[in-house]
Design a binder for this molecule. Structure first.
Ligand SMILES: *Cc1c(COP(=O)(O)O)cnc(C)c1O
Length: 199
């Protein structure tokens, strides 16, 4: 978590992805947990994710004592279907002063975590539009998509935050490691604070 090489790596990842800030974390799962936390996910919340993903996506949600809501992916992108997210929100949610709330459970639907499967970009622009309309934070699981762009914009930079993994099975590896990327200085500072023992 400390040392010039960590800072250099953070700067290189920020430059490569075009994100304003990058925060190094022990692994991709922890990156997701911290990203969701700084995005405002609280214990008891519901978090939308996709039914085709690596288990870490759901684990990170559960590590915050929130509940994953599994929605469909598109066959072509293997990523969360914006249509499925919209249908879920229209039938289950209402926007209140606490953000989106599930009408039947009364729980906040505080975030949405889509995943760019095997580096294939999902339709994240449409999803972002829906998340903004419904006041749901968008956190992209880009653990598998370092080097994948939509146009000239890197995956993981569409939402409030995105995360990368540098585990041994990923595009590049640090043995184990992860990174949170964001354009929001407050979110980056909060993430850095939490991941450096909140001193
Ligand atoms: C690998 C992976 C993670 C977790 O990364 P770790 O560094 O192994 O904790 C999260 N999400 C997806 C989609 C992954 O493929």
């Amino acid at each position: 978590s400390v040392g010039q090489r960590v800072v250099d790596f953070e700067n290189q990842v920020a430059e490569f992805t075009g994100a304003s800030y990058a925060v190094a974390v022990v692994n991709g799962t922890a990156a997701l947990q911290v990203a969701l936390r700084v995005a405002g996910v609280l214990p008891g919340d519901e978090v939308i994710t996709q039914d085709l993903t690596f288990v870490a996506t759901a684990n990170a949600i559960r590590h915050l004592n929130a509940s994953p809501v599994f929605l469909f992916v598109y066959l072509d992108t293997m990523g969360l279907s914006p249509r499925s997210a919209l249908a879920y929100l229209e039938s289950h949610a209402k926007v209140t002063d606490r953000g989106a709330v599930n009408k039947s459970t009364g729980k906040r639907i505080s975030a949405c975590v889509p995943m760019h499967t095997f580096g294939n970009p999902l339709r994240v622009e449409a999803l972002k539009f829906i998340c903004e309309e419904w006041k749901v934070a968008l956190v992209e699981d880009a653990a598998e998509s370092l080097g994948s762009y939509i146009g000239d914009k890197h995956t993981g930079t569409f939402g409030e935050l995105g995360i990368l993994s540098f585990n041994g099975n990923k595009v590049i590896t640090t043995g184990g490691g992860g990174m949170i990327i964001t354009n929001d200085k407050n979110l980056a500072d909060h993430a850095k604070h939490l991941t450096t023992t909140a001193k």
